[in-house]
Design a protein around this ligand. Structure first.
Ligand SMILES: N[C@@H](CCC(=O)N[C@@H](CS)C(=O)NCC(=O)O)C(=O)O
Length: 218
């Protein structure tokens, strides 16, 4: 087994796995992947072979199991400080951690109504009933993105300039907005496109499209 192994859900659907994988790619070290298809009778048992918490992603390294995306991001940041996962400036870093935590803990309506599905051809959700909670989530995410781009994003195309952990946390949201053709303001749309064209993101999406497993989504 490699020094670092990432246990992931299938790439088309596992939004949490995408976050951890982008963080790992940012650290520019070789790692092995174990992909466990979600939503199957054996999924839970397969995941529990690697982590008692029964969720992916999981990092196996240094004789340790690290689970939960926030814990993985912090562990990788400590092990690979040169990767710049969090902004160097303490104020920007606090903002980056705040929005990553907000993403980690919230946006239930977005997760429920617009599940990540990298196999679905981009199109609006036909016949979807208006949903105030979903609209509020989309509004709040645009507020976060435009606020960070304006205050911290001058050095590049991402929330804090260069691509970092905060972008990894919002990357599945960018795919959802693209997949379900969600109308965005100009700054948010440009940021969504920047995330979708990040090289590691392209690699993940290409791999997702070749996976054999299919889960039906709305
Ligand atoms: N808070 C966890 C959430 C992880 C999570 O919900 N993972 C989903 C896949 S995206 C999972 O493992 N589902 C498998 C199951 O519930 O059986 C994290 O940040 O890693």
């Amino acid at each position: 087994m490699a020094d670092f192994t990432l246990v992931l859900g299938n790439k088309a659907y596992s939004s949490w796995s995408l976050r951890a994988w982008l963080v790992a790619r940012q650290c520019a070290m070789p790692f092995e992947e174990i992909v466990i298809p979600l939503d199957r009778p054996e999924t839970r048992t397969e995941i529990q072979r690697h982590s008692p918490a029964g969720k992916v992603p999981v990092v196996l390294a240094e004789g340790l199991t690290v689970w939960d995306t926030l814990a993985i991001a912090e562990y990788m940041n400590e092990r690979f400080p040169a990767a710049g996962l969090w902004p160097a400036d303490p104020v920007a870093r606090a903002a980056a951690r705040s929005i990553a935590a907000e993403m980690h803990a919230g946006f239930a309506a977005l997760r429920r109504h617009l599940p990540m599905d990298l196999k679905r051809p981009p199109a609006p959700q036909h016949g979807a009933a208006p949903d105030d909670d979903l609209d509020a989530d989309i509004k709040r995410i645009q507020e976060i993105w435009t606020g960070c781009r304006a205050r911290f994003g001058q050095g590049g195309d991402y929330l804090f300039g260069d691509f970092g952990a905060a972008d990894a946390f919002f990357a599945p949201v960018a795919t959802r907005f693209a997949t379900y053709d969600v109308a965005l303001n100009e700054v948010a749309a440009a940021y969504r496109d920047a995330v979708m064209s990040w090289p590691a993101m392209r690699d993940w999406i290409a791999a997702a499209k070749t996976e054999p497993w299919v889960i039906s989504n709305p």
